[in-house]
Design a protein around this ligand. Structure first.
Ligand SMILES: NC(=O)c1ccc[n+]([C@@H]2O[C@H](COP(=O)([O-])OP(=O)(O)OC[C@H]3O[C@@H](n4cnc5c(N)ncnc54)[C@H](O)[C@@H]3O)[C@@H](O)[C@H]2O)c1
Length: 391
């Protein structure tokens, strides 16, 4: 069935307000049946986000889940009941059963980072399409093994680095890489100021050996953006960081937390581009900022999850050029009937989620993402001042 052109949302169909309509009279409020089915392995914060995005986006459904934590399963069931009313969520007793389910096309892996390699080794035996959450791994040896696996894997094996699909960065990529509005990019600056790492099942994100460390676990998104905008490979890295404020007294099973909460990172690229990253994780906000300086212009973009009733926009993008071309200031966003742009629903690229992806690497930037996952005012989660898919 060809895609309808009218603005409609998969969540209109799920909105009980329109339940009075006879099936025959549903047009805008009728979804095409999902074409794909996925199982989710690990349904904590991110696995639930994967479920939500899949169900809202509508091209696929969630068939089942596997997670050893009963609380996570309970939450997954509640979410599924809300966004796939009348359908049944299968809960598996083992990872092997979940991965080898004949009814599914793909597997979404959202388990703690230190478990990725073990889960992936089982998942690839199924031969199914796989989305593995970022970061790939906590050690170089595991990452190298994954690259080896991906090289020979016949189906799609993709790592979930979705920040490059956020509206502000899609627009920034369009300006900087497609339109070349800035000329040749010379420097890249990214800043992330946010709250501390959230509580997790087993508190795995408080320990570098389980998460890979703060710069791997959280900041791989920004290094991915560095690579995107530099269009080159890094040759030198200089970094400092410390545990200045967060979790200094935190102990779990008698072990002290060892993760840093602030850092400065300098990266030099083969083509001469210089990149700098500034992290602070003891700020009462979720704020990130990108500045690109080229030889013909400067771009600044930011995204802000508002904690106060200040009425500011959540995003901003400005392109300042010289006299030869126009400058502009804008607010890239998706419709207000959608989720907060900080969540994955806003990062969905247009096109098929599976069949067109390169293996073990994110897809190239697309000029404009389709604003997916629009929610009706009744069924959408409230705009969050709580963390959404935050780690
Ligand atoms: N792409 C993003 O922006 C983004 C955001 C948040 C987290 N993540 C990534 O997602 C992964 C999970 O993070 P989270 O924040 O959801 O953690 P979490 O602790 O909230 O959830 C992890 C879930 O996996 C379950 N689990 C643990 N071991 C398992 C196993 N062997 N098999 C199946 N389930 C298992 C846990 O019980 C828990 O429910 C991490 O790799 C994290 O880096 C990505």
């Amino acid at each position: 069935m060809s895609k309808r052109k009218e603005f409609n949302s998969p969540t209109f169909a799920a909105n009980p307000r329109f339940g009075y309509l006879p099936d025959n009279d549903k047009y805008l409020f009728r979804n095409a049946p999902p074409r794909h089915a996925f199982n989710v392995i690990g349904v904590g914060v991110n696995g639930q986000e994967q479920m939500l995005v899949t169900l809202l986006e509508g091209r696929a459904t969630i068939h089942g889940v596997y997670d050893p934590n009963p609380g996570s399963i309970e939450r997954a069931r509640a979410l599924f009941a809300q966004f796939a009313p009348g359908q049944t969520l299968k809960v598996y007793a083992t990872l092997e059963e979940a991965c080898n389910e004949p009814a599914i096309d793909g597997i979404l892996i959202a388990t703690p980072t230190y478990t990725h390699i073990d889960v992936l080794r089982v998942a690839v035996k199924s031969g199914k399409h796989i989305l593995l959450e970022k970061p790939m791994a906590t050690t170089l040896a595991d990452a190298a093994e994954m690259v080896g696996i991906a090289r020979d894997y016949k189906a799609v094996l993709q790592v979930g680095l979705q920040y490059r699909y956020k509206p502000v960065y899609v627009e920034a990529a369009h300006e900087a890489l497609s339109r070349k509005s800035l000329g040749d990019i010379k420097t890249i600056t990214i800043l992330e100021h946010r709250m501390p790492f959230l509580d997790k099942v087993g508190q795995w994100n408080k320990f570098s050996k389980f998460s890979g460390g703060t710069l791997v676990e959280k900041c791989c998104h920004y290094f991915d953006l560095f690579n995107l905008f530099a269009q080159s490979r890094p040759t030198r890295v200089y970094a400092t960081g410390s545990q200045a404020v967060n979790f200094k007294d935190f102990e779990y099973n008698g072990e002290k937390s060892d993760i840093i909460d602030n850092a400065f990172v300098d990266v030099l690229y083969e083509n001469g581009v210089r990149a700098n990253f500034n992290l602070c994780m003891f700020a009462p906000m979720f704020y990130e900022e990108l500045i690109l300086c080229g030889d013909e212009g400067r771009l600044k973009a930011w995204e802000n999850e508002e904690f106060v009733a200040a009425g500011r926009p959540n995003s901003h993008l400005e392109v300042m050029c010289g006299l030869d071309r126009p400058s502009k200031v804008s607010t890239p966003c998706i419709p207000t009937t959608s989720q907060n742009p900080a969540t994955m629903a806003a990062h969905l690229p247009s096109g098929s989620p599976s069949s067109t992806r390169s293996r073990a690497s994110p897809a190239p930037p697309r000029p404009y993402p389709r604003a997916s996952g629009q929610l009706s005012s009744e069924s959408r989660p409230r705009r969050r001042s709580s963390p959404g898919s935050r780690s």
